[in-house]
Design a protein around this ligand. Structure first.
Ligand code: C5P
Length: 222
């Protein structure tokens, strides 16, 4: 078996990070959550009162506040200048504005460069929206993970319930659909299945079934 890169793309809440984390652990690969990077820039904008459309200032924030990942016993933590922002970047204020920030081509260029650096030595499972199309077009394995909007909202609702976060199913579904629309209609690197990606519809599938499906595809390339 040799080291390869695995790109997992798909719409909001399609289970990308859950699946990617398990596969990375099983193969001894590094997991990279690129959504967390766009979320971190959005969080920084809120903290520093920078407008979500002020591209030059957002790029400055990226240059001044490096975003890093750290393995902890509770999983992967996202750090900005050593501060653990893993929870803060999942708050609704970030979630509902991240698509505006991620639509800026200058912001994307900075983060794509950082993501390509992480994947340069291979052995990476990277999830996002444009990994197979833009970040790692040469990735040995490309998966496009989808599920119906109602199933994704249901999963997110249950996840929130387990964390003790109050939420409303209909609102969650609307927010997911809105984010998908913005992410797939932006000019730079819209959410789109790469031509050579394998489509996996996880509606009605268990996590184990999805992991096995993706790992079997990956094993053929290793
Ligand atoms: O994956 P997650 O839902 O955390 O991503 C948050 C947002 O970051 C997405 O809705 C999208 O706007 C942006 N994103 C992106 N490109 C990526 C990963 C995430 O534009 N590769």
């Amino acid at each position: 078996m040799h080291k390869i890169n695995i790109a997992i793309d798909g719409p909001a809440s399609s289970g990308k990070s859950t699946i990617a984390k398990i596969i990375a652990k099983d193969f001894g690969f590094v997991y990279t959550d690129t959504g967390a990077m766009y979320r971190s820039v959005t969080y920084l904008a809120i903290q520093h009162q920078v407008s979500f459309t002020d591209e030059a200032s957002l790029i400055e924030l990226i240059e001044n506040y490096p975003i890093t990942f750290k393995q902890t016993d509770r999983g992967q933590a996202v750090l900005i200048q050593g501060e653990d922002v893993s929870e803060a970047i999942r708050q609704p204020e970030v979630t509902n504005n991240v698509s505006e920030v991620s639509a800026l081509s200058g912001v994307r260029a900075q983060l794509v460069k950082a993501q390509q650096k992480i994947a340069a030595s291979k052995g990476v499972v990277m999830d996002g929206r444009d990994i197979g199309t833009t970040v790692l077009p040469q990735a040995e394995v490309k998966i496009f993970l989808v599920a119906s909007a109602s199933e994704r909202a249901k999963r997110r609702y249950k996840e929130n319930q387990a964390k003790g976060i109050k939420s409303d199913y209909d609102t969650l579904k609307k927010e997911i659909e809105q984010r998908d629309y913005t992410d797939s209609h932006r000019e730079t690197s819209p959410l789109k299945q790469a031509e050579d990606a394998t489509l996996v519809d996880t509606t009605g599938m268990t996590i184990d079934e999805v992991v096995t499906t993706v790992e079997n595809i990956a094993k053929e390339k290793m």
